[in-house]
Design a protein around this ligand. Structure first.
Ligand SMILES: [Fe+2]
Length: 262
């Protein structure tokens, strides 16, 4: 099974976001996906669907994403609004009450799209209600390979301006999920940078944003302000077979496309 992974499009109906045009970038990603990955079973978008969270932005985003050649699964990020999200984006019927958290079952795997949003905060959380929902799904999974998608990392990643905005109760989250052998991989958004590793015995990757990228951790840099790096965006191409997974990072346009556009 092939899954396309996009993260952090930060869509806005007008204007730029940190000097980048979110409409140009998202349209380039969709064109690339349709041209080269039309065989994917689904596209998962790991949060920060919009930058401001207005109704007009969500409507514009939904119109753009309707061009995707495969079903897509939108997820909550810190920039998103649950109310507008539920009204204006296609949320599966399996979503739990009160949260944009849901399961996608396929013959090869269970995909769990988690809601780590904390209202009014850039940092994330995973409350008791969401933990209970996840525990039930992990117990039900048995030996079925299960893949977690989430916006906020449940662990620090060594990024000075970003580690303060992770999942606040990340350690408890990791202690819970690491007891389940069915959990094969975590796919994480939020940091606008590609990082891979293992935590609590679980392999994970983060993903570059469709829009702007976070700089690598270099000790000599001034970290008082956040400035995007001049790196091109990419999508993830995930292949799942018999419980094993590969992730390819696929650049869909050059860095200059949509940067400082008028
Ligand atoms: Fe973001």
């Amino acid at each position: 099974m092939k899954i396309i992974w996009m993260s952090d499009p930060h869509f806005a109906l007008d204007g730029l976001v940190l000097g980048h045009d979110p409409r140009v970038r998202l349209q380039a990603a969709i064109a690339h996906i349709n041209a080269h990955h039309g065989d994917a079973a689904m596209c998962v978008i790991s949060g920060d669907m919009v930058n401001r969270g207005t109704e007009a932005d969500y409507k514009g985003l939904a119109k753009c994403l309707s061009d995707l050649a495969m079903p897509y699964y939108p997820m909550m990020g810190n920039h998103d609004s649950r109310e507008l999200f539920r009204q204006l984006l296609p949320v599966p019927d399996t979503a739990m009450y009160g949260f944009i958290q849901y399961q996608v079952k396929t013959p090869e795997a269970h995909v769990l799209c988690l809601d780590t949003h904390k209202t009014g905060s850039d940092a994330g959380e995973f409350c008791e209600a969401r933990r209970t929902w996840l525990l039930d799904r992990l117990r039900d999974a048995g030996a079925t390979p299960t893949f977690l998608f989430m916006h906020h990392p449940p662990m620090p990643l060594g990024l000075p301006t970003q580690d303060t905005d992770n999942m606040e109760d990340g350690q408890a989250f990791l202690e819970m999920v690491s007891t389940f052998g069915c959990v094969k991989y975590m796919f994480v958004g939020h940091v606008h940078r590609a990082i891979s590793g293992t935590v609590g015995g679980i392999p994970f990757s983060t993903m570059r944003s469709v829009l702007y990228q976070a700089p690598p951790p270099r000790p000599e840099w001034n970290w008082d302000t956040f400035e995007p790096s001049k790196e091109a965006p990419s999508i993830g191409v995930i292949q799942i077979k018999a419980g094993s997974v590969t992730l390819q990072f696929d650049q869909f346009c050059r860095y200059e496309l949509g940067v400082n556009a008028s």
